[in-house]
Design a protein around this ligand. Sequence first.
Ligand code: HEM
Length: 131
Amino acid sequence: MTSDTLPDIQTEADIKALVDSFYDRVNADPLLGPVFNDVAHVNWAAHLPRMYDFWSGLLLHTNRYQGQPFAKHIPLPIGSGHFQQWLHLFCRTVDALFAGAVAQEAKLRAGNIAHVFETRMRTVNNPLSIL
Ligand code: HEM
C-alpha cells in the first residue's frame, strides 16, 4: 500500500498493531534487541499491554496508563545511538502501517520523548554535564 491508501491510527486495534510491529523490529535489531532481552530481561507479556496503554493514552486520549516511564530507563546502558535507532524503527513502523494526522502525531511525540529521555539520562548519569 502507498501512503495514499494507508489508514490513520484510529482504534485500539491500530495501537496494538503499531506496538506489536514496532517491538518485533526492536527484537530483531542487533543494537536494541539485546538491551531489552539480555540486559533488562523484559517480560513481553507484561510489557506489551503497558505499551498499548501508553500509546493509546497519547494518541487516542484514553487514560489507562499510570506510570513513570523515565525511571525504568535510568539503569539501562543506552546512549544517543540507541535512541536514534529506537526512533528510526518507530518512525519506519508508523510509516509502514499508517498515514495521516495521528500517524504524524505519533512520530512527533516519540521524537520529543526520546529527546527528553536522552537528555535527562545524560544529566542523571553525569550531573556535571549540565554545568
Ligand atoms: C533506546 C531506547 C529505549 C530502550 C532501550 C528502552 C527500553 C525499555 C525497557 C527495558 C523498559 C522496561 C520494560 C519492563 O518493564 O520490563 C522500558 C519501559 C518503557 N519504555 Fe522504553 N526504552 C527506550 C525508549 C523509550 C521511549 C523513547 C519511550 C517513549 C516514547 C519509551 C517508553 C517506555 C514506557 C512507557 C515504558 C513502560 C514503563 C512502565 O513500566 O510503566 N521508551 N523501556
